[in-house]
Design a protein around this ligand. Structure first.
Ligand code: AMP
Length: 504
């Protein structure tokens, strides 16, 4: 059997004439169109010298052609490496230096800057854009519409997704074909996806949620998707009557609830709303049910593991809980120090084992080893407990991570950028409660002796080094940062002190 995820996707197509993708202002594209387009992309990759196992780094907007490129990479046996379009050239330069891709694909507008900054490190650079005028898209037109999907082992890499490191250095999570295949099969089954489903896809596709959870689940069930470039409330409202399912981050749901047009009738064509990537508050869950009669199905996962737990399709979707382990996955709550399993009800670190767990961090064997127990369980760094009915609940994070609007921000990375500025003495970056973003990235800093901290100027300086979503919404100045007896900055004290900063 071909272990290539695309071979399983291909086998799931019962009728190639069925719709696959509905994009704004374009005619719907069928599975046959998908087969032809992904074959053209696989052919163009081969013609550019991309070999199985080579990395293809992609920093583009959410275009239809970006989906074909992802699938083309799978078919060619290449390793897809998506990058957030918000990343600055300085950030991209790190990823490219680390992953050494054979090909970089970017927007035409960033070609000159990337070429200058990446130099020889980039391998080849091609472009892709919404209008179809990119260099890669021009080459694709002359390519054959058939391609024999490369046979891979299930354990070969399908993708590398960078997750920021707690030390500020990003780690490339190596995801195999089998990781993705097993997880998509589990989700299709657990969430009852079928060929009749239409997924409202408003998530970004450089992240595990929009890329794998959404697209792979659609493809392994023969469903279709309404492919929106972003979460735009008007576009989402217009699409809802044509969709049956939606996957979103909690911010999508709070934004829908904030819109007076969103009511029972607006959601009446829908069968399922799924939430994940950040905590969905019990309050939002309940408000959503009161408004629409739909209970949002909350699931939990991470880049390294794909999806881990899910609330049940049948049975209670419990507000504030993330449900049960998905089929084939073993989840335990363990003592953070020893890894010993804890009894029901006790808070510990969430650990798991299963075919969904990644094969390690790219070229970082020591970091990989640190995150696994001797018995093979992966340590998520999330804290939680099991309630008396067996539901997993996430109660906090052992890792210093902020999730703002569904995007992960590692404080260490922002602190490093702040500390490099001449006016900053020291800094602590924390997440504070925010009605729209869930958590808002906030910096508390001291001024360097003899210098004044200018909030607007600092934000301006950070813009050239950090992607926008990582830039603190506020930069607060204190004379000194609170420290414990060991000299460690007490972020909890800062979180308490400024808890109400975004309350109004
Ligand atoms: P990412 O790798 O970007 O998908 O981020 C993974 C992290 O997001 C997890 O380790 C959790 O901290 C968090 N996360 C994902 N889903 C949930 C959820 N349903 N509730 C709370 N936190 C979540």
């Amino acid at each position: 059997m071909n272990g290539n995820l695309f071979a399983t996707m291909r086998a799931a197509i019962a009728d190639p004439a069925r719709p696959f993708l509905h994009a704004d202002g374009r005619k719907s594209l069928s599975y046959a169109d998908m087969l032809a387009a992904s074959a053209r992309y696989a052919n163009v990759l081969a013609s550019l010298g991309v070999k199985p196992g080579d990395r293809v780094a992609v920093q583009t907007g959410k275009h239809v052609d970006s989906v074909w490129l992802y699938l083309g990479c799978l078919r060619a046996g290449a390793v897809y490496l998506p990058l957030n379009p918000a990343y600055t050239p300085a950030e991209v330069s790190y990823f490219v230096g680390d992953a050494e891709p054979a090909l970089v694909v970017c927007e035409p507008g960033s070609l000159a800057t990337l070429r200058a900054i990446l130099g020889a490190a980039a391998g080849r650079i091609e472009t892709l854009d919404a209008a179809g005028t990119g260099t890669l898209q021009q080459s694709v037109r002359d390519m054959p519409a058939t391609f024999a999907t490369v046979a891979t082992s299930p354990d070969d890499l399908a993708a590398i997704l960078y997750t920021s490191g707690t030390t500020g250095r990003s780690k490339g999570a190596m995801i195999t074909h089998e990781n993705l295949r097993s997880n998509a099969i589990a989700l299709v089954e657990s969430w009852r996806f079928s060929a009749g489903d239409v997924l409202l896809h408003a998530l970004p596709i450089f992240h595990t949620h929009g890329l794998f959870v959404a697209i792979n689940t659609v493809m392994l069930s023969g469903a279709s998707m309404i492919y929106l470039p972003r979460f735009d409330i008007d576009a989402v409202m217009a699409a809802l009557p044509h969709a049956t399912t939606m996957m979103g981050v909690p911010t999508f749901y709070t934004r829908l609830l904030a819109d007076g047009r969103f009511d029972r009738a607006a959601a009446s064509h829908m069968r399922l709303f799924v939430s994940g990537s950040a905590p969905l508050s019990a309050e939002t869950h309940r408000a959503f049910t009161a408004r629409t009669s739909h209970a949002i199905l909350e699931r939990y996962g991470m880049t390294e593991t794909n999806m881990i737990t899910s609330n049940p399709y049948d049975g209670e979707r419990r507000p504030g809980a993330v449900g049960f382990a998905l089929p084939g996955i073993t989840v335990r709550i363990a003592d953070p120090e020893t890894g010993t399993a804890l009894p029901q009800g006790e808070v510990g670190v969430i650990e798991l084992k299963g075919p969904n767990v990644f094969s390690g961090y790219w070229r970082m064997p020591e970091k990989t080893a640190q995150e696994f127990r001797a018995d093979g369980f992966f340590v998520t760094g999330d804290l939680g407990y099991v309630d008396p009915d067996g539901y997993f609940t996430i109660s906090g994070r052992a890792k210093d991570l902020i999730i703002s609007g569904g995007f992960n921000v590692y404080p260490a990375e922002v602190e490093n950028a702040l500390d490099a500025l001449p006016s900053i003495g020291e800094s602590a970056v924390i997440g504070l409660p925010h009605a729209d973003f869930g958590e808002a990235v906030t910096a508390v800093v001291t001024a360097r002796a003899g210098r004044a901290v200018d909030e607007a100027a600092i934000r301006g300086e950070l813009e050239s080094v950090l992607a926008k979503f990582k830039i603190p919404k506020r930069i607060l100045v204190k004379d000194a940062l609170p420290r414990n007896a060991m000299g460690k900055i007490q972020k909890n004290a800062l979180r308490e002190e400024f808890a109400g900063l975004y309350a109004s």
